[in-house]
Design a protein around this ligand. Sequence first.
Ligand code: OAD
Length: 360
Amino acid sequence: EGGEVDGEDELRGLAERIELTRLEDEDEATKSAGTGELSSSGSAGLSGKNEGQVSSSVTTEEEGEDDATPPTLRSVARWIQAQEQGTRRNVIVLSGAGVSCSAGIPDFRSPGTGLYDNLQKYNLPYPEAIFDLNFYRRNVDPFVSLASEIWPGLRYSPTLTHSFIALLDRHGVLLRNYTQNIDGLELLGGVTEERLVECHGHFRTAKCTNCFLPHDGEECRREMVEEKRAPRCSRCGGHVKPDIVFFGEGLPDRFGRLLRHDLEEADMIVVAGTSLTVAPVSMIPQMVEPTCRRVLLNNELVGDFSPEGENEGFYNRREHSDVFEEGFCDESILKLCKMLGWEDELLELNSQSQIGDYER
Ligand code: OAD
């Protein structure tokens, strides 16, 4: 129907223009525009690994015990395997903080362990103020402390989930990885730049938060990591920050440029380790075509995923039921890779990508 198509286009257009926005409630997820509402303070010591996270030595179901594995994950494996028989597969992976938890980086919103529950020492007005531009202009310390902790390449290594995304890329199945993470573990894990959209920015480049003059990224790293301070702009003296997207800022151009195309091409979307609470990325699973299969690998059910029975898409009935594999994503990935016969490759790729021991 014409109206539906227009509406869908409008939604997609919105996602391309929209600024980083925290969703207050689920209804807002489909219509939220405008600037994000931020809140308050501090840097958690990034200490806690999720209890029970799997490591590469975890025992999972052995080959041959297929009956014990969820049929849903099995069907995902079969579907991906068809690529080997010449059927083209285009998978979007949408990832969030949960995929990095087993590396030792806490997520944002898990009660108790999430970053936003551990910012007391910064006395922030509200937790998300750590990513608020106006707050940063007054007080750089919380963000600088966080940045110096998670700066890519320093101490955290890719998880099995990152390695799986890289494997999808190697096997020619990955259409794109849209990540909300700023820890850089996708690239370290071997996902190629072409297949990666860092929706919330990265640490490689930097600019002044006042006059937006670009600042040398390496110099920014040195000052933030080694001297624990934000560089000053050589032109106006404003605080420099790496090109991480703060609330109220626009997403990188690459996001809007690729999303429209990828939504048309994708025939599976795998969503992992995200609460789907920050727009516009949170809207992507609703925007895929009704024919696109949707898979959620997460500790909890999020967004509009509906693993049981019929699932109404935003405008059309979805042609396939969603798959929801509840639990730690590394564990689900290991199961899936066993089914795919990719386990050895996964473990090898993951071990190759580990950075040297770091004394915590
Ligand atoms: P959240 O902390 O909001 O959500 C993490 C999700 O992952 C939750 O649903 C957890 O239950 C789940 N989870 C945690 N560990 C997991 C594991 N090992 N396996 C599977 N699931 C796990 O993080 P995001 O959704 O990524 O913005 O947050 C979105 C944005 O909010 C971030 O990009 C950040 C923040 O403000 C910026 O940095 C600008």
